[in-house]
Design a protein around this ligand. Structure first.
Ligand SMILES: [Zn+2]
Length: 296
């Protein structure tokens, strides 16, 4: 029996390391991340955005995670990342996802609060009905992160601090929704900008101080931050970090090189092998950096 996501996150918070969350959109990425987790005995979250899960399929994503988790005996969890509607979140819960990130951060406060609370209730009810030891972890988000994960921006992007999450609002949001994980806007960006993101460490510390310890504090848009910034953010209370763009870059670079090197190769799995390895190495780098190795 592997550890639950909830207990893994609580352990990470206590011991000051972070559970890595890697986005995947195909089997090569799945395999690369799971091989990294197996090699370093690390708990990992695998996330599919709405686009990624449309491509992979909901039941197919659930089956793949289960297959890797059972075979490797590792805490590998599937998260429905940035789910922007209550309907899509319920569909992921019904399909068997371990975790839902309901992201209504672009909506007004009341809509966000109501929708997030509805998903927390739906997840709890689902577990009750299953009549087994079940805990679907739900993440809510407050404060709008302005950019996209599929982009490497040529320009500098400076986020206006007035749009960052306010600690008192965060506390209220967590209390009223009952979420298991909370994603704030603290200067983080999706994608990679020409400048390093300027994380507001004072705000991270304040948020950790005001939000109960059994609620994970999630950093989205991990790609593009310096190792020192990650370490500081973890020390101050971040215990779950999302990486997408850097895995995508490793994937695409390696795929181009593989196709170029093996012009006459017709077996797709031979062309894909270096891609899996590139994803694995990148995932291993972050697992080590976040202190998540040997924690499974
Ligand atoms: Zn994100």
């Amino acid at each position: 029996m592997v550890m639950s996501l909830h207990s893994t996150l609580i352990r990470a918070a206590k011991e000051k390391w972070a559970v890595p969350h890697f986005n995947v959109g195909d089997f090569e990425q799945f395999r690369g991340v799971c091989e990294a987790a197996a090699k370093l005995r690390a708990p990992v979250m695998i996330g599919t955005s709405e686009g990624e899960r449309d491509f992979l399929g909901l039941p197919q994503s659930v089956a793949l995670v289960k297959a890797f988790r059972d075979q490797l005996h590792l805490p590998i969890f599937l998260n429905a990342d940035h789910t922007r509607s209550v309907r899509a979140a319920k569909a992921a819960i019904d399909a068997g996802y371990d975790s839902i990130h309901i992201d209504l951060s672009r909506e007004p406060w009341n809509t966000n609060l109501k929708g997030t609370r509805e998903i927390v209730r739906y997840a709890r009810e689902k577990c009750k009905r299953k009549n087994v030891k079940c805990k679907i972890s739900v993440e809510g988000e407050l404060g709008y992160i302005v950019t996209e994960s599929s982009k490497v921006y040529k320009k500098k992007i400076l986020v206006d601090p007035s749009t960052f999450t306010k600690p008192e609002e965060a506390k209220k949001f967590v209390r009223l929704t009952g979420v298991d994980r909370f994603a704030p806007a603290v200067g983080n960006l999706h994608g990679i900008a020409a400048n390093k993101p300027k994380l507001d460490f004072v705000l991270i510390k304040k948020l950790r101080g005001i939000i109960p310890m059994n609620v994970a504090l999630v950093l989205h848009g991990g790609s593009g931050n310096s190792p020192a910034a990650f370490k500081k953010a973890i020390k101050l209370g971040i215990n779950n970090i999302h990486i997408s763009t850097e895995l995508r870059i490793a994937y695409v670079k390696s795929e181009h090189a593989s196709l170029h090197r093996q012009k006459n190769e017709l077996a797709p799995y031979k062309l894909a092998a270096p891609v899996v390895e590139a994803v694995r190495k990148k995932a291993e780098y972050f697992i080590r950096l976040f202190g998540a190795y040997n924690k499974a």
